[in-house]
Design a protein around this ligand. Structure first.
Ligand code: C2E
Ligand code: MG
Ligand code: MG
Length: 390
């Protein structure tokens, strides 16, 4: 057998590794074929024959345990070694649920092998710790996700409405819909947590549809109660929802089924690392063609990318609450002034988020900011409270 860090040559009949060996690396079989056997006492059992493209020896590397089988070349073989680090880095960045599933599968496979070879128990070093902190967290996450599915089925998610004030006219112009979930044991779970959880799976699709349905119901009630100008309701839509090509058609069908005007609904999109600007620009164009308004949420935080901003023809820019909180500092005030001016020259409204004091409200009014949203104006409230407010 000859080896470099990129290539291992194993002549026919030679052994690549023996059962019980400490793992060095995994291998990708490039050419040739390899027989994998496991010994149980005097009996050797063939587990399989590997062909080019197959991976071998990865299990012992993943859980750092002795080899459970022997690999012997049936013909001249060329293999590419795969370093433990290459797996470790990917595993560390993998979804903890996927990592827990993988380790539990390895653990089960090792127990089955142990039973097959007559061992009642494996040496502790040969079994990955089944209940690592990581695995517990992963299982907690799966449990929470199942509870969220159940809450959705039982229609237990609640949509609250937070008022948005037209600063100049001093009247409520609309609301933002914010979803609330009270877990039977944990109590209230923040939307930042459960929306992120729903986004990791396709659960965000039914959650989003449910919220829209609730919002349309609320808009119908509001329309019946408000005399004069119509109010709008803004709805948060996450990046994952935007990947769903049928989203907009479903949205419009629900809006029409409730007998509403699309212009009463505003879609809030948050800039994020995953945002594909071309895709979002085309979604905005489709929203506009259908009469829906679009807001860019949490502007100025995290991933705001001025180089791409001109491609997104949104109607409203929502200034992140971090700016409002620090507006007493002259440099922050200067930035807010510039953002308000930029929004106006782009022809869009601007909503300041997180307005908590009258000083902040007056300062924003003086800068020409269109709308204010925050605890000063009102907390996210029940539909009846929202109706009373307008
Ligand atoms: P967001 O869209 O930026 O919503 C504003 C957040 O700021 C809300 O937090 C709101 O309760 C909070 N807030 C409003 N005024 C004030 C204030 O004066 N002071 C402070 N400190 N906070 C204020 P919430 O409800 O916890 O929502 C967090 C995020 O979760 C939202 O941020 C939104 O991105 C997301 N979210 C909420 N509901 C939904 C939903 O139904 N679908 C989707 N996709 N995302 C949602
Ligand atoms: Mg929002
Ligand atoms: Mg926001």
């Amino acid at each position: 057998m000859s080896a470099t860090s990129f290539r291992v040559d194993v002549p026919a009949g030679s052994v690549l590794f023996h059962q019980g060996d400490a793992p060095t690396s995994a291998f990708l079989l490039e050419t040739g074929s390899i027989e994998v056997t496991t010994a149980q006492g005097a009996i050797s059992r063939r587990l399989g024959v590997l062909a080019p493209g197959d991976l071998l020896g990865e299990m012992a590397v993943l859980d750092d345990s002795p080899r459970t089988a022997t690999a012997r070349a049936l013909s001249d073989c060329v293999l590419m070694p795969i370093d433990r680090k290459q797996f470790a880095e990917r595993l560390e960045s993998a979804d903890p649920v996927v990592r827990a599933l993988l380790l539990s599968q390895i653990s089960r496979y090792r127990s089955a092998l142990a039973q097959l070879s007559g061992q009642s128990e494996l040496p502790s070093s040969a079994i990955p710790t089944p209940r690592t902190n990581d695995a517990v967290l992963a299982m907690d996450k799966i449990r929470l996700e199942s509870h969220l599915r159940e809450a959705l089925d039982k229609r237990e998610l609640e949509v609250r409405l937070q008022p948005i004030l037209d600063i100049e006219r001093n009247r409520i112009a609309g609301f933002e819909a914010l979803t609330r979930w009270t877990h039977p044991e944990r109590g209230p779970v923040s939307p930042a947590e459960f929306i992120a959880l729903a986004e990791e799976t396709s659960l965000i699709v039914p959650v989003g549809d449910y919220v829209l349905d609730q919002v349309c119901g609320a808009l119908q009630h509001l329309r019946g109660r408000v005399n004069g100008e119509p109010v709008f309701v803004a709805l948060n839509v996450s990046g994952r929802q935007l990947d769903d090509a049928a989203l907009l058609d479903r949205f419009l069908a629900v809006v029409h089924a409730h007998g509403l005007q699309p212009a009463q609904l505003k879609i809030e999109i948050t800039e994020s690392l995953v945002l594909n600007y071309e895709q979002v620009a085309s979604i905005i164009a489709r929203c506009h063609a259908a009469g829906l308004k679009v807001a860019l949420d949490d502007f100025g935080t995290g991933y705001s990318n001025l180089g791409h901003l001109h491609k997104l023809e949104f109607d409203t820019l929502k200034l992140d609450q971090g700016f409002v909180r620090q507006m007493h500092e002259p440099r922050c005030l200067a930035i807010v002034r510039a953002i308000v001016a930029m929004a106006h020259s782009l022809g869009c409204d601007i909503v300041a988020e997180g307005v908590e004091t009258t000083e902040q409200l007056h300062a924003l009014g003086a800068l020409g900011c269109t709308y204010a949203q925050g605890y000063l104006i009102g907390r996210p409230m029940l539909l009846d409270e929202a109706i009373a407010m307008v």
